[in-house]
Design a protein around this ligand. Sequence first.
Ligand code: FMN
Ligand code: EPS
Length: 386
Amino acid sequence: MLRYLTAGESHGPALTAIVEGLPAGLPLTADYINTQLARRQGGYGRGGRMKIENDTVRLLSGVRGGVTLGSPVSMLIENKDWANWSEIMSPAAGAKMAEKAVSRPRPGHADLAGALKYRHGDIRNVLERSSARETAARVAAGSLARRFLEELGITIMGQVLQIGDQQASVGEFSPAQLEERLRGSRLLCADSEAEQLMVKLIDRARTNGDTLGGIFEIRVFGAPAGLGSYVQWDRRLDGRLAAALMSIQAVKGVEVGQGFAAAARFGSQALDEIFYKKGRGFYRRTNHAGGIEGGVTNGETLVVRAAMKPIPTLNQPLSSVDLATKEPAPASIERSDTCAVPAACVIGEAVVAWELACACMEKFGGDSLDELKNNWERYLSYLRQV
Ligand SMILES: Cc1cc2nc3c(=O)[nH]c(=O)nc-3n(C[C@H](O)[C@H](O)[C@H](O)COP(=O)(O)O)c2cc1C
Ligand SMILES: C=C(O[C@@H]1CC(C(=O)O)=C[C@@H](OP(=O)(O)O)[C@H]1O)C(=O)O
């Protein structure tokens, strides 16, 4: 079983992740993980924090000589901003803590619900962990999954489809074409004309003390038919992907394939007819299902989309109530992003990679990469023969 946990506060000394269950013998370097961490830090619309951080991982265990050992991989990403927060974030009591307490919950953040649940008077005790800073550790864990999937020829690409109400036009691209189109893009948007309008919209939001959300899409190329299962609710891959994407901070909607649009179509416009060719096996000419039927991959490209709501911290704050005085007060203002959809897209790639890697480990097993690859090859040749 593949599993991971993350720990760390946004302005604490570091974030950590422990990943267990990867096969031994997987080639892995810190540089590989760092490339993904740098992608997560990018995107137009980010706030001042990304100028401070330069996320890099320290591999503390589970990797030796450039390959995984089969033992837990633990990783550490330092928060450079910790230097500015060490007194306020100290594990020991400090005089400044009460003085700097946050007491005006921001609508849309975890502030109020978290303070009520854990009986915190200082909202900092909530926001430090509810912050999407945690996703740096998730992307590190997802990078290991991505590296593992690469060994099987499975690749994952995300792109931004919409910022606010500004849409990009999307085509059917091969992984190489998509990569080429996204290279150099500020917003991970494959459509440069739309990207310029998105940038303008983000500027407008920032000027108005406002924020934006949007939609991103993740595609998985090269996944064979047969990952996930229909036999039990919690083994359905569509459900697992939806949960993983929905768990990203500020994601409020997830679609697989046609998603919500399918509800308005006739069956003949929403389902994918089945064809067969010797040597190629079973295939479809359309992919409305987004590569999953019955919670199981069907061999077509996997397509999932997620909708992100606008960032909750507004520089023109909404109304709130002070936790201590119960008097009306504007919500607190923390340093903040204006729009973080491209970052969420990279995080989306990571969590999708993770779920795919789990499904592959469940189907093909193996304590070493060689053992797993033998099982994988046998299954693929079976698929080619049926
Ligand atoms: C990459 C990323 C960056 C984010 N940056 C901010 C931010 O700077 N300020 C903020 O208030 N919320 C930010 N958010 C959103 C909040 O973390 C999120 O809305 C909050 O945790 C409440 O959770 P919920 O929206 O899922 O209900 C960000 C989310 C992501 C994915
Ligand atoms: C630190 C990250 O994102 C943070 C997510 C976030 C939030 O409330 O979710 C609030 C901001 O934190 P700060 O106030 O420290 O600038 C973002 O910068 C990151 O993505 O690495």
